[in-house]
Design a binder for this molecule. Structure first.
Ligand code: HEC
Ligand code: HEC
Ligand code: HEC
Ligand code: HEC
Ligand code: HEC
Length: 298
């Protein structure tokens, strides 16, 4: 009997959820989404804010990069294709899943940034209703090769650096953090003390803070103090980068394999916060390989 009631309750909940999903015509929009056209009447608008708008997660999200992803894409200097939306707008997922039929979907009709349903679905069975487990979530979008060949855009290399792969001439070398951190990127980028409060870092701002190195109890001893070690790493990597750059700049043949490999490694390190922060040993190995190619670069 209890079970029947539970089922009835659940199906009512699901039912109203579907209705809400379809009738989000009046959904409120956040300032960050307002600058795109036609959002209010769009069936693609998510409407999660109807119920979650007062929560810390929502408020944090409006403060940071993900909520501007669509505007930045459309107003950016590159030619925009519908496929760009697979990472720059959550509407693409809804469209691809066939949740909304009979409406054309493109950069002209898209209204959502990287928003709640880019990562969550009430239909999911994962922890926190994530559409894929946390450890795989971020690398899905945060990758160098966006699959948008020909668009002339190089995306940042944090995922490749963290996982220690895709560089030239260097074996796979995952960051030690890959083993230590089950939730990977989420561990540092969403860390926050109080889940209820609206934070400026961590949580749904997805902004990592350097404090995380010591506050998590990992690097708090004197000989393991990251606040002291990081500047040294940074200086070391930046010196090596200058050496590689000098070789690249003086090259006349920019088509040789040696040049291409040396440049790829350089770009990977530079594309990761400027000095390969997410995996210093790998950054060092990449640059050393580039330096070893010096005599082959003409
Ligand atoms: C009709 C109101 C309603 C709407 C609309 C709604 N949700 Fe929810 N959501 C809930 C309720 C109720 C819960 C359970 C609350 C709880 O356990 O704290 C929940 C739980 C969640 C959770 C899990 C929170 C946790 O602590 O694990 C996530 C994530 C979530 N919703 C995301 C979304 C997303 C994404 C959307 C839009 C696509 C959405 N919700 C739309 C009512 C709603
Ligand atoms: C659906 C694709 C997608 C997923 C999934 C995703 N991101 Fe992003 N992320 C983006 C895009 C696109 C941007 C660029 C936004 C912009 O225009 O500035 C971005 C920007 C960022 C930024 C820069 C934020 C800022 O305020 O400038 C950080 C940090 C970040 N993401 C971390 C993460 C982490 C951590 C995860 C996993 C929990 C994640 N992202 C998952 C697409 C995604
Ligand atoms: C595989 C996922 C993915 C695809 C596909 C993708 N992007 Fe991105 N894009 C990202 C992520 C993640 C970021 C944020 C960090 C970075 O630069 O890598 C981003 C950042 C950007 C930025 C910089 C935003 C800023 O902060 O100003 C621009 C511009 C951009 N993308 C344009 C494009 C264009 C144009 C396309 C299609 C031709 C495209 N992207 C396709 C994932 C993707
Ligand atoms: C880029 C991916 C991403 C986006 C976008 C995103 N979330 Fe989350 N969310 C996560 C991850 C990952 C967790 C789990 C964090 C953890 O395990 O520590 C989470 C956890 C949550 C939780 C559980 C409690 C908490 O605050 O940690 C709620 C509620 C939630 N999200 C709501 C939302 C809402 C509402 C939106 C839209 C404003 C949203 N999320 C957008 C990735 C995302
Ligand atoms: C060990 C902790 C840690 C892990 C794990 C981690 N990051 Fe970071 N990340 C940082 C720190 C610290 C910064 C620098 C923040 C700053 O400059 O203020 C950063 C910077 C970034 C930035 C640039 C942010 C900006 O505002 O431009 C992006 C994007 C990013 N990380 C994505 C990722 C992704 C994707 C993963 C998983 C593959 C990941 N990070 C894993 C600590 C981490």
């Amino acid at each position: 009997m209890k079970r029947a009631f539970l089922l009835l309750f659940l199906s009512l909940l699901m039912g109203s959820f579907v209705i809400i999903k379809i009738t989000t015509l009046q959904a409120e929009t956040t300032p960050s989404q307002e600058s795109t056209q036609e959002n209010i009447k769009s069936p693609f608008a998510e409407g999660c804010n109807k119920c979650h708008g007062d929560e810390a997660a929502y408020k944090e999200w409006t403060q940071a990069g993900h909520s501007h992803a669509l505007v930045n894409l459309i107003e950016g200097p590159y030619e925009v294709k519908t496929s760009c939306l697979s990472c720059h707008s959550s509407g693409y997922t809804m469209f691809a899943e066939g949740a909304i039929q009979g409406h054309p979907y493109s950069e002209k009709t898209a209204v959502n940034a990287v928003a709640c349903s880019s990562c969550h679905s009430h239909a999911s069975k994962e922890e926190s209703l994530l559409i894929i487990p946390a450890k795989k979530l971020c690398v899905n979008c945060h990758k160098m090769d966006c699959g948008c060949a020909g668009a002339g855009i190089v995306h940042q290399s944090q995922s490749e650096m963290f996982l220690g792969r895709e560089g030239a001439g260097v074996k796979r070398m995952p960051s030690p953090h890959v083993r230590a951190m089950k939730k990977r990127c989420v561990h540092c980028h969403m860390a926050k003390d109080d889940p209820e409060s609206v934070a400026k870092h961590g949580g749904h701002t997805f902004k990592a803070e350097f404090n995380i190195c010591s506050s998590s109890g990992c690097h708090d001893s004197a000989d393991n103090d990251m606040a002291k070690r990081l500047p040294n790493y940074k200086a070391e990597i930046e010196t090596k980068m200058k050496e590689v750059k000098a070789i690249l700049d003086s090259a006349t043949d920019k088509t040789s394999q040696a040049y291409i490999d040396a440049k790829l490694n350089y770009d990977m390190v530079k594309g990761d916060s400027g000095y390969g922060l997410h995996n210093i040993p790998y950054a060092r190995a990449l640059l050393e390989h580039s330096l070893s190619l010096k005599s082959e670069i003409k």
